[in-house]
Ligand binder design. Structure first.
Ligand SMILES: Nc1ncnc2c1[nH]c(=O)n2[C@H]1C[C@H](O)[C@@H](COP(=O)(O)OP(=O)(O)OP(=O)(O)O)O1
Length: 161
């Protein structure tokens, strides 16, 4: 039986730049990514997204300003776990990004996104994010540095059937 764990992943954006954070510890250490983490038991997904963003880079966003733009599912060869990552984007937010014990935030121009220091899958679905398209991706990894197979598609809506 596969254990399904839900995660959030939030990207703050403006006209010229996107905010990424360098993970300082734990899963994905030394990779640039959006901000997010595990949804706690009984926690609403949007509440988790707001909480993780605040915890990881001290930025505040209102739930209604979070747009669900994607869903990423990750499995790992030999592991009975599926990471079900709900991806959000926001252009309205409050605060100045601050380094925390988990993340070092930095704004990146859209043509300078550091894909070589990000998860391998990111460069496959970022084009959807950057063009404001909704997307679904499924990636099966061997370890954390090799994708054995994947599918990715544009969606018309994020509604779950
Ligand atoms: N392959 C890939 N591409 C893009 N983004 C991700 C992955 N794998 C991932 O896990 N992620 C994202 C999903 C989450 O936003 C984070 C991982 O969350 P994590 O840091 O493990 O969760 P926390 O709840 O913050 O963990 P603690 O360290 O606080 O226990 O990366």
């Amino acid at each position: 039986m596969i254990l399904n764990k839900v995660y959030t992943l939030v990207f703050l954006r403006n006209e010229q730049q996107i905010l990424l954070g360098l993970k300082k510890r734990g899963f994905g250490v030394n990779k640039w990514n959006g901000f997010g983490g595990k949804v706690e038991p009984k926690e609403e997904i949007l509440d988790a997204a707001v909480r993780e963003l605040k915890e990881e880079c001290c930025m505040s966003v209102r739930k209604h300003n979070l747009k669900n733009i994607g869903n990423l599912q990750f499995t790992f060869e030999g592991e009975a776990l599926m990471m079900d990552v709900r991806v959000f984007s926001a252009t309205s937010f409050v605060g100045d990004p601050e380094e925390t014990e988990e993340m070092l935030p930095k704004w990146f121009d859209y043509d300078k996104i550091p894909f070589e220091d990000m998860w391998l899958d990111d460069k496959l679905w970022f084009p959807y994010l950057l063009k404001d398209k909704l997307f679904y991706g499924r990636f099966h990894y061997q370890g954390y540095d090799k994708i054995l197979n994947y599918t990715i598609q544009e969606l018309n809506s994020m509604e779950r059937k």
